[in-house]
Design a protein around this ligand. Structure first.
Ligand SMILES: Nc1nc(=O)c2c([nH]1)NC[C@@H]1CN(c3ccc(C(=O)N[C@@H](CCC(=O)O)C(=O)O)cc3)C=[N+]21
Length: 300
């Protein structure tokens, strides 16, 4: 039986619709417009594409977008000064510093200089600690988007065996915390895991977040399992012509779709949900900053 395709693009559009409703209400009833500041250091072409897309979607849902583009050789002091200014700016409810940063900048130091309540990426050490202890926090966008899709498909996740492949601070670890919060039995697997195929075969839910193209073959997937593919890898596609490329996930889609109960495609799966959740987090941050009730269904 063929897997159900979890349409992240359509789901993201639905989330943006909910965000738009909240933004409209904030404006009409409270005269508040949520604002998101995105800071980009350097000229990485891929980062520029993401930042442009974020800015466009921010405006589309009715929020204010503030883009700050800094030279690749910007000093740490100048970057910290900008963040300090954004922290103090009451029109700015969310701050995102696009990663990776140029080598001469200390990523941890920079992220931890963002006011935690404006840290819409959920990367600040206090948000990490709050999530780990089950307290209200800003939740990282990619894992939050994955959780929303899993809840939508399964209803309750309670008691399910979940395997997260990858232990990064931005996806693997927070994803595991969220699944644990929804009462899954969680395994975090990684490059040193013994017999990874066997570990993955036990899983009702597989979240692949390693950044290695098509590394999870279909025969690792338990019949009927749900597969969430976080990977976005650009690979050569000579079949499309000389010098052409295409996007693939961390999962071998065709073979996994033949066994899974449900699967997210790449592109059009987790990626669009990440940006939708960034907008959702900005609305949440705005509501919290103004002591207003939080949007339902948009938080973890
Ligand atoms: N502080 C910070 N926060 C981030 O959230 C962050 C970041 N830095 N640095 C870069 C990565 C990357 N990222 C993506 C978001 C959406 C898609 C996305 O929507 N992708 C489309 C395809 C886009 C294409 O065609 O290239 C899809 O999967 O369908 C991709 C990548 C957020 N990031």
């Amino acid at each position: 039986m063929a897997a159900e395709i979890i349409d992240g693009k359509a789901f993201a559009a639905k989330v943006r619709g909910q965000v738009t409703e909240h933004v409209t209400r904030l404006k009409e009833e409270h005269g508040i417009t949520p604002g998101l500041a995105v800071v980009l250091v350097g000229e990485d072409p891929a980062s520029q594409v993401y930042v442009r897309s974020k800015g466009k979607q921010t405006v589309e849902v009715g929020m204010n977008s503030y883009e700050h583009k800094l030279d690749a050789d910007t000093s740490e002091a100048d970057l910290l000064a900008l963040i300090d200014q954004l922290n103090k700016d009451s029109e700015v409810h969310g701050i995102l510093v696009q990663l990776p940063l140029p080598k001469h900048l200390d990523e941890d130091l920079v992220i931890n200089s963002i006011a935690p309540e404006k840290d819409v990426d959920g990367f600040h050490i206090s948000n990490v600690g709050l999530l780990g202890t089950g307290q209200k926090s800003m939740v990282p966008c990619t894992p939050l988007g994955c959780l929303m899709m899993l809840r939508d498909y399964h209803g309750s996740l309670s008691g399910l065996d979940a395997v997260v492949i990858g232990r990064s601070n931005i996806v693997g670890k927070p994803m595991a915390q969220l699944l644990l919060g929804d009462s899954c039995t969680v395994t975090i697997a990684h490059s040193r895991t013994k017999d990874l195929p066997e570990v993955v075969r036990r899983a009702d839910i597989v979240v692949a977040a390693v950044g290695r193209p098509e590394m999870v073959p279909g025969d690792w997937i338990k019949e009927g399992a749900t597969v969430i593919d976080v990977g976005i890898n650009r690979i050569d596609a000579p079949e499309k012509g000389e010098g052409k490329t295409r996007l693939v996930g961390d999962v071998h889609y065709e073979s996994a779709a033949a066994r899974a109960g449900a699967i997210t495609p790449v592109p059009g799966g987790v990626g669009p949900m990440t940006i939708a959740c960034l907008l959702a987090n900005t609305v949440t941050a705005c509501c919290r900053a103004n002591n207003l009730s939080e949007p339902e269904g948009l938080t973890a």
